[in-house]
Design a protein around this ligand. Sequence first.
Ligand SMILES: [Zn+2]
Length: 291
Amino acid sequence: MGSRSHFASRVLSCARLTPLVALVALASGCGHSAAQPTPPLPVAPVAAPTPPRVVIFSIDGLRPDALLQAGAPVIAGLAARGASTWRAQTVMPSTTLPSHASMLSGYLPSAHGITWDDYRPENGPIAVPTVFSVARAAGLRTVIIAGKEKLRQLDVPGMVQRFDLCAGDDQEVATRAVGEAMAGFDLMFVHLPQTDLTGHAQGWMSAAYLDAIAGADRAVGRVLAALPAGTTVMVTADHGGHDFNHGTTQPAAMLIPWVVAGPRVAVRTLTTRDRASGATAPAAGGRRRWP
Ligand SMILES: [Zn+2]
């Protein structure tokens, strides 16, 4: 069985999981399905398996066409050695909190119920399982570094072991993420807010917006340099934008990048056929398989 088909079969063995959740389950060794034979007992000592680690970067408000225009060599490098598409699609409403709730749970807004876009503690944390609850069930250490307070809505008690709200810029977020990488983690979500904030202030596709993307790319690079070998890395966004806002069904707001690279990820460009499912991976889309 080739590596690609093996990868796909492992994903499908987690078929009840959503794409993003399945990826983390894959990295954590989800594959003990009834269909798999019980492996023989080892007859000699074996080396301990490499700890599965996943980092998910969300670059808030990042349009894929702007990413390509800005250059972004770090993210382009990840795409070159992983699976990627520049035409993934977020959910409606194409706003920060609903989109991140979908990205990190695999549920559409109609299912997870978070349709507002500010922090509302009175509504309680997200009520559906998330990628963090899957990781915690596997005994893994989970971390969120958030650049906006509204992401507290995804901080379910007991599921996220460290929630770090970072009010600084993308470089400060990266500095915190480097610290967490040094401290040890299994699943870390890193939210870089500056691209979106610059889009609102200066306009999407403005020179300042493109500069912010270049800064986010450098921030990703700083974190990558601190990660243990063998870490699976994802880069995506919650939405794009146009003029000075987002939230609409326009492609400029709906299209997002989606990149994953790691030791168990086949190198490929996701095709148009993949796109229908691949697009749902960063932004929910229910129960379709991926890739
Ligand atoms: Zn956003």
